[in-house]
Design a protein around this ligand. Structure first.
Ligand SMILES: [Zn+2]
Length: 82
């Protein structure tokens, strides 16, 4: 694999766990979304890529939509994502 940022071929795959937090003070009490993912890491510049599993992506989307609905707007609806 070649790094999309620096073009280096010094990349490696790792397993990792991530806790995704929702931004903003209003979301401090919202549970994190934990993800176990395969990470593709550039050992030259540190760029990392991973795919979020569909069930976790749905959790992120649902929480984001609720926030947008509370604020009176829905960017996901406008963007055509379900
Ligand atoms: Zn790189």
């Amino acid at each position: 694999m070649k790094c999309k940022t620096c073009g280096s071929e010094h990349c490696a795959d790792f397993s990792g766990e991530l806790a995704i937090h929702f931004p903003g003070l209003e979301n401090l009490s919202k549970p994190h979304v934990f993800i176990a993912a395969e990470l593709a890491v550039c050992l030259q510049c540190g760029r990392a890529e991973f795919a979020i599993p569909n069930d976790k992506l749905r959790q992120l989307m649902d929480s984001s939509i609720r926030k947008e609905e509370i604020n009176g707007r829905s960017k996901f609806a406008k963007a055509g994502n379900n």
